[in-house]
Design a protein around this ligand. Structure first.
Ligand SMILES: [Zn+2]
Length: 165
């Protein structure tokens, strides 16, 4: 038990093997979703709520709306300072493979009548990082994928060869 406490209290420790070499050992948190050959599709992106009433340009409301698509991280300066009235922007951490919704429903309770109104708020994705579903990688789209293009080129060549024969 004492050994276990000693090991886990250090982020890295050194092991001396029989052949005299020293190895560094680290405790890593195991994540079953983590795959070495696949890049995570978790990305940072800005989302906007165009046409949202400025009444709701408060962190709590915007974060709650943004949580519909991912983990809200921060508001942009214009939203904080209220210098742009037509849309609020929030930076979120989202999964590019997830079905990213275009709308979020917002319930607004009337303080006097206690009546609840449901408002459909549009979500705009400002700069979604490109990703390729062929390679499961960020940085390029399927259209730009060189593996995809390569396979197309070889297919075309094969067809041309067949036509010549
Ligand atoms: Zn690709």
């Amino acid at each position: 038990m004492e050994d276990f406490i000693n090991i886990s209290s250090k982020s890295a420790h050194w092991l001396k093997s029989k052949d005299g070499c020293t190895y560094q050992m680290r405790s890593l948190i195991y994540d079953s979703n983590f795959k070495l050959d696949k890049e995570t599709l978790i990305a940072m992106a800005w989302i906007s709520f165009p046409n949202l009433l400025t009444t709701f340009f408060v962190k709590e409301s915007l974060f709650s709306l943004a949580s519909a698509v991912g983990k809200p991280l921060q508001l942009d300066l214009a939203t904080i300072n209220n210098t742009r009235s037509n849309c609020a922007r929030v930076k979120v951490q989202l999964d590019l493979l997830a079905d990213l919704s275009k709308f979020v429903m917002m319930e607004i309770e009337d303080e006097k009548t206690k009546e609840i109104n449901v408002v459909k708020v549009r979500i705009q994705y400002d700069h979604l990082p490109k990703y390729c579903t062929e390679c499961i990688l960020q940085g390029h789209s399927n259209e730009e994928c060189r593996f995809f293009i390569l396979s197309h080129v070889t297919l075309e060549r094969k067809l041309q060869m067949r036509e010549r024969q």
